[in-house]
Design a protein around this ligand. Structure first.
Ligand code: NAD
Length: 274
């Protein structure tokens, strides 16, 4: 990783800040991109304090011009992008049903979100944030890889293999990220750009905390169900993504690997529940 320029979106978040620190420890120069500059700046400061090279940039991955501006600045500050991690993503409450299974009484109950109440804007937001953001960010930064090759790592989810209840938009959007990973891997293969994805299982982060724990910090029934469905019986730790990410980023170790989606889920996607 020494002196490689790594661009990471969503780098102020829980998973991608850990990924950013992992790259920095390996000697990479890390560009931390986030909608919230202050979150990315905190991580950049920590990396620099620990002796690494990092800079934070404000971008909106849904507005290409903001990323074009960042790309030019990154080139001046750190160099052209060698590795891109498309980390920005997440769910939205308006794309989430209240109950796991359809209940006719929910349709007329204003306190419940049934399938019929799912908000078009919420669903649109989730598809844009996960699929379109990955697509647009790649359009901007993969240009740096033309002629020299590069690595792209997308962040899918284990719900791309089998959808989770309640979150149809997020499940569908992550399935589209996995599909796009394969498409892009094929498209860029002759250019020496490898494209793979990781599919994390359950990690506690800001976006899912409210689904997993109540106001007092007690596990919700959903958490109990998740842990029962995870053969390793625990949530993942962000650090546990690093081995796979570093392997996929290393041409000596994974040079013939492109177009795969690696589950990192404690066995969740392998377990039938029985
Ligand atoms: P997080 O909410 O902690 O981080 C997401 C970051 O993305 C935030 O810092 C946010 O400001 C940033 N962001 C949001 N919209 C943006 C935009 N338009 N432009 C730029 N930045 C934007 O969540 P996380 O769990 O660390 O998320 C990392 C990735 O992992 C996401 O793609 C998420 O969908 C995926 N994922 C998470 C889990 C999990 O269990 N947490 C599981 C599977 C996949």
């Amino acid at each position: 990783m020494k002196d490689k320029v790594v661009v990471i979106t969503g780098a102020g978040g829980v998973l991608c800040s850990t990924i950013a620190k992992g790259y920095a420890r390996e000697g990479a120069k890390v560009a931390l991109l986030d909608l919230k500059l202050e979150s990315a700046q905190v991580v950049a400061d920590e990396i620099v304090k620990a002796g690494g090279i990092a800079k934070a940039y404000a971008v909106n991955c849904l507005e290409k011009n903001t990323m074009e501006v960042a790309r030019e600045q990154i080139k001046k500050d750190l160099g052209a992008c060698d590795i891109l991690v498309n980390g920005a993503g997440g769910n939205h409450p308006k794309g989430t049903t209240t109950n796991e299974y359809f209940n006719a009484a929910d349709v007329d109950d204003e306190s419940k979100i049934s399938f019929f109440d799912l908000d078009e804007k919420g669903v649109d937001f989730v598809f844009k944030l996960n699929f379109l953001a990955t697509f647009l960010t790649t359009q901007v930064f993969a240009k740096d890889m033309i002629g020299k090759g590069g690595i792209i790592i997308n962040i899918s989810s284990m719900n791309a293999f089998r959808p989770l209840t309640k979150i149809p938009a997020y499940s569908g959007a992550k399935a589209s990220v996995s599909n796009f990973t394969q498409w892009l891997a094929v498209h860029f293969a002759s250019e020496g750009i490898r494209v793979n994805a990781i599919a994390p299982g359950f990690f506690v982060t800001n976006q899912n905390r409210a689904l997993l724990f109540d106001d007092k910090g007690n596990p919700t029934p959903r958490t109990q169900k998740i842990l029962a469905g995870t053969p390793m019986r625990r949530f993942g730790e962000a650090e546990e993504l690093l081995g796979t990410v570093m392997w996929l980023s290393d041409n000596d170790k994974s040079g013939f690997v492109t177009g795969i989606v690696v589950p990192i889920d404690g066995g969740f996607s392998a377990y039938s529940g029985v």
